[in-house]
Write a protein that binds this ligand. Structure first.
Ligand code: NAP
Length: 439
């Protein structure tokens, strides 16, 4: 075990939370693992961290375990005081540092940037599954004007990440989401600079007929064409075929690596990959010299079980950004639906099964929202941000988009997060997991 300077510890914590030193001006004297003793003397915040943290931590694995708040909290609790592990993270002091950092790190605004592999993206993105989807989302072409307005609003406020997929759009509207997104970017009335900074993360479906590397690469080229972009910012595998067609999986990986090597994508990511499968693809890509930048998974107050926590731990360990999809639980966390008032279409059936058990969670959210002058969707999205993930809520109207922008610029307190975590673990039935989600 290598001894680690106490000054590298807050840096490790910042990294775990996907933050940079510039995010916390009070921490400006921290340097990569270096203790700058003279500057430290002058900085009150540094002295406070020093006080909180005390002496050195001794562990070569501090990054991964410090990402795990539950472990840390357990370590600091009385019952674990005698555990041999406590020594590794110096009792509960790391928890104190984490709490401290959460207080000094300012809340993220839409115009702030967090890292996603080599990219600098807004702390929240926008999902576009509804664009072109009649069946689930009731899309009609008359909505295009308002969707362009939604796009213009969020970009003007600083959002620069949009999630789409080559499979979004139903029936004759196949590919519509990418087509609309491309059009919206082209017709955005703002500056060329803000247009150039927009990042589209698209997902390529592993259709059964995509069985060669060339077909996957062609899928990427077709997406770029619909988007009218030379490069897709993040090329993601929409799901893994490991559960039902394992032989296809290697072709998908090869295709993803080839897109990156040919410069068709700036970064690569996966979606609906579980921790085990993610470790496998990460290893494969690493050998090819291709960094895995992101992992998109269903992650929300009604989808935060063991699987999500394991995925998050792997992401933290490997420096992969977790993108939370369906952060509003398809709308169930907005508070506007109830067992008696469900949306039309397939969502209705699902909502009838899940919503009755969500009352205590929604009440907790309502109490927090009322106390903070926020709304339920804002609390749900802010929770995802506080977990160090990038949520990509969908928004179908200007009103929804405006409200969801208000999820940024403030942060839930640790106590509020704990209350939400607690209420979330008590729900009798959470979201059903994606059928393609692997272990
Ligand atoms: N990788 C994958 O397999 C995968 C799977 C699912 C989603 N995704 C991505 O994640 C994105 C977001 O997830 P999602 O669209 O499934 O669900 P979501 O973000 O949890 O919910 C979005 C829906 O909630 C409602 N809503 C949004 N903001 C609201 C507000 N402020 N007030 C009231 N209602 C509001 C809207 O629908 P209504 O008004 O109709 O209720 C909206 O379409 C998708 O667009 C897609 O890009 C990826």
């Amino acid at each position: 075990m290598a001894a680690v300077s106490c000054w590298s510890q807050p840096l490790a914590l910042l990294r775990v939370q996907g933050l940079q030193q510039s995010d916390a001006p009070q921490l400006k004297h921290f340097r990569k693992g270096t203790h700058l003793s003279t500057q430290r003397q002058q900085c009150g915040a540094c002295r406070r961290v020093d006080q909180l943290f005390g002496s050195h931590l001794a562990s070569g694995r501090q990054d991964s375990f410090l990402g795990n708040r539950q472990l840390l909290t357990a370590a600091s609790s009385a019952e674990h005081q005698n555990s041999a592990n406590v020594e590794r993270w110096n009792g509960g002091r790391a928890v104190a540092v984490l709490d401290f950092l959460q207080r000094v790190v300012p809340a993220k605004k839409p115009s702030d940037r967090v890292t996603l592999g080599p990219l600098k993206v807004s702390p929240m993105g926008i999902g576009t599954w509804a664009f072109g989807n009649r069946l689930l989302w009731g899309y009609e072409e008359e909505m295009d004007g308002e969707l362009q307005d939604v796009f213009n609003l969020v970009v003007s406020r600083g959002i620069n990440l949009f999630d789409t997929a080559d499979s979004y759009g139903t029936g004759r509207l196949n590919g519509k989401s990418e087509l609309l997104l491309g059009k919206f970017i082209r017709e955005y009335p703002g500056s060329e600079e803000s247009k150039a900074n927009i990042h589209v993360a698209s997902k390529f479906a592993p259709y059964p007929w995509r069985i060669t590397t060339g077909q996957m690469v062609d899928a990427c080229k077709a997406s770029a064409k619909r988007l009218q972009m030379e490069q897709v910012s993040v090329g993601q595998l929409h799901w893994s075929t490991a559960n039902y067609q394992p032989l296809q999986e290697r072709v998908l990986w090869d295709g993803l690596a080839t897109m990156y090597e040919e410069g068709l994508v700036k970064a690569v990511g996966v979606s609906n990959y579980g921790p085990k499968q993610m470790l496998k693809i990460h290893k494969y890509l690493e050998v090819r010299g291709v960094p895995l930048a992101s992992a998109q998974v269903q992650y929300s107050l009604i989808s935060s079980g063991g699987m999500q926590q394991e995925i998050k731990a792997v992401c933290d360990d490997l420096g992969i950004r977790l993108i939370s999809y369906s952060p509003l639980g398809l709308g169930m966390l907005t508070g506007k639906y109830s067992a008696e008032n469900v949306p039309k279409g397939p969502r209705g059936q699902l909502f009838r099964q899940i919503l009755p058990g969500l009352t205590p969670l929604l009440e907790t959210m309502r109490a927090i929202a009322a106390g903070r002058g926020k709304t339920l969707p804002q609390v749900a999205i802010n929770w995802c941000v506080c977990k160090g993930t990038i949520p990509i809520p969908g928004a179908k109207s200007l009103v929804q988009a405006e409200e969801n922008l208000g999820a940024l610029g403030w942060r839930l307190t640790d106590g509020e997060i704990r209350a939400l975590d607690d209420a979330s673990t008590r729900i009798p039935r959470g979201m059903i997991q994606n059928i393609f989600q692997t272990k």
